[in-house]
Design a protein around this ligand. Structure first.
Ligand SMILES: [Zn+2]
Length: 138
């Protein structure tokens, strides 16, 4: 998908740890230390019990496409279009948005089984992406 020149995410206190996990090859899910509710995207407080304590678990990476969009415009340098962006229902019960690769835009479908992997751009930046499920691990 993108090779270089990708717009990098702003990193702050609440999300840098997650991107560090991605850089290390893990798609992490934040978990409340009090009630064990999972949440994504990362944020400081549990929405269920308001606890500020948390840890994380590695996601299986398995999920299904809940929705998707195919971007043709505007085209930013460093990306190959069309871009397929999917909203994935992870098997852990959370949703995550990411790019979908290894798939013809005409073949994307609701409820399609997908799996996460960590994509690395030419400049070394790593980002979670999905591809049609094959049973491979992240
Ligand atoms: Zn909680």
């Amino acid at each position: 998908m993108a090779t270089t020149g990708r717009i990098k995410p702003p990193l702050g206190h609440d999300n840098k740890w997650w991107w560090d996990q991605v850089a290390a090859g893990t798609l992490a899910l934040q978990r409340c230390s009090q009630c064990h509710t999972l949440r994504h995207p990362p944020r400081p407080m549990c929405g269920e019990c308001q606890s500020l304590s948390w840890d994380s678990i590695p996601a299986s990476g398995r999920g299904t496409v809940a929705s998707f969009t195919i971007l043709h415009h505007p085209q930013f340098p460093g990306y190959q279009y069309p871009l397929i962006i999917v909203l994935v229902d992870l098997e852990e019960g959370l949703r995550i948005t990411a790019g979908l690769s290894d798939c013809d835009p005409a073949d994307v479908a609701f409820d399609m089984a997908v799996e996460a992997y960590i994509h690395e751009d030419a400049d070394g930046f790593r980002i979670p992406m999905f591809r049609p499920a094959t049973g491979r691990k992240i």
